[in-house]
Design a protein around this ligand. Sequence first.
Ligand code: ADP
Ligand code: MG
Length: 711
Amino acid sequence: PRLLEDEEGGVLFFSASPLSSSSSGYGRTNIEMLRQRLPVYKYRTAILYLVETHATTIIVGETGSGKTTQIPQFLKEAGWADEGRVIACTQPRRLAVQSVASRVAEEMDVKLGEEVGYTIRFEDITNNDLTRIKFLTDGVLLREMMDDPLLSKYSVIMVDEAHERSLSTDILLGLLKKVPILLDNALNTIVYLTLCLTMLSTQIQRRRPDLRLIISSATIEARSMADFFVSRTRRSQGPEKEENIPVTEPAILSVEGRGFNVEIFYVEEPVSDYLQKAVSTVLSIHDQEPGGDILVFLTGQDDIDAAVQLLTEESQHGRQKGLMVLPLYSGLSRADQELVFSPTPRGKRKVVISTNIAETSLTLEGIVYVVDSGFSKQRFYNPISDIENLVIVPISKASARQRAGRAGRIRPGKCYRLYTEEYFLKEMSAVGIPEIQRSNLVSAVIQLKALGIDNVLGFDWPASPSSEAMIRALEVLYSLGVLDDDAKLTSPEGFQVAEIPLDPMISKMILASNQLGCSEEVITIAAFLSIQSIWYTAKGAEKELDETKLRFAAAEGDHVTFLNVYKGFLQSNKSSKWCHNNFINYHAMKKALEVREQLRRTAQRLGIALKSCDDDMQVVRKAVTAGFFANACRLEAYSHNGMYKTVRTSQEVYIHPSSVLFRVNPKWVVYNSLVSTDRQYMRNVISIDPSWLREAAPHFYQYQQPNPLAR
Ligand code: ADP
Ligand code: MG
């Protein structure tokens, strides 16, 4: 079984050291020229005027028109970052946060992390005194609202990429609004945003008349809507307008794109293998079409790496000289990321193979041909089985149009869709499903509660989540002791869990370790669980990896194995050679240590003293059980193939082959997560004593009928 790669959720391996400012080798004057050529440049005065006079401004502009990189700079130049104030710009994707921040730092000729900085979970490249423009994920901004509900250090907040409808963007918008209005689900996102931001003034902005909000979006069908609202906005700007009080109705500005025509081609017959077809399409473009770079949309690291390899082989074997094949997905090193943005060398044709990050979040210059597989990877949560998976799903028409648009940036382009026209017209859905309707809501609920929204069921969600997912989230939080009988956060534990930027089950495990005297160890475990994998997995070397793993394998399970790896790494003086010799991913290890350091600081803030239990692994296992009791499983008595059943729902599950307990099959285990491929597999498993379950969660195991612990 293959592990599904988490396209955005894994931890990214970027070095935290600020980049030197002129990394890509553009000259100063050159950069100024490039800036002035962007479509938003013409709207500079208009944008600044609207932001000055309106609490909320909505800016719609095609991808690549310069919204993300230019508007924060315009604002700064106009004085919005004077007197210690900060301009914030949110992005749903971490890779985009890092990439645009470093681009803007370069354009401004400053060191990243000083005047221009960014914050994503576990990585804060800002400076309290110096940073004036800050890029951050919408999730991080939400978290900041817990400590500072009025977001007082910001003068302007730009919620960018609103059309993506990420979970955090939706919560953010719901929060900023907090006034119930009836919304038809089918309403265009822009109408929704407009309505909800009209209401914004009743909340945060009423108490902070100086705060400005910019919502930016690349939605293409928005123009007619924008026209509609522009006329409304004009009416509201009557002559009786008072000085210095911003108009509360939002202004809408639509930035003229300068996209060229894109010719669309479809396949005649449905394609059975989009990867192969994408590769052959690239090769025939290269054979037959004049110069210009190619952008291929696949779904994730797996298929992208495979396509890169196939194409690279082709280009090395003579027939396809002159191809420069590059991958683009989160998890790339900074250097690889820069290659993607650097100008194509003379006589070469760049082929960038990307996830949907290149759909609207990042713009590549020089693209003339787009190959669209018609698929993307999305998170889907099933509240019944409690499994969240990344699955490959067909994209929407809106995405397909965006993808095609990437081909028309510098001159008329061509888009090759690897699906039939009939499929596009008749079967493809018009828009995608908002993340909130396909996510596990545990973290969302706890964040809302921490922000004082107690009635989460009545919360005005932009798109209502499924009631199963909501009930499941409340159930989990209740069983963890985070919520009380009135569904309020418990004090102090509930608030502490909310404060730790991790899955509440992990947070609970950390809190329990404090009482059990093993916080040193458990914080290490929590950090390792936040990393996709610390093992170096190379194709063809699986056997060596398995053998090497035995050096660290602990009979108790994967969590204790992590502690052994951590110890070994420290003893080696954090040596990369040691990692190499032990099939351990050095970057992942360094990242784990960084995350650990952050968690240590958070724990300290919460009054958790770091304490080691030395080698008493029983208390460590108890702490894990205290967080993960809901994931307890029991080996089926007569199972010869290692089948377990979950205590909660009697689902069939198996230990994942990557676990050190694979084939060991202890009688009772708790797992960290489930992945489903051909079966449901438990990842990161630890053996437990069933009596700890009732100890850890009497309320959870008391009422189960029939009592599963009595078997
Ligand atoms: P929008 O937000 O409207 O989609 P951006 O502000 O992201 O547009 O992009 C504006 C321009 O800046 C584009 O031409 C893009 O190619 C360029 N750009 C953005 N990031 C980088 C980068 N890291 N390196 C080089 N060029 C970049
Ligand atoms: Mg942008």
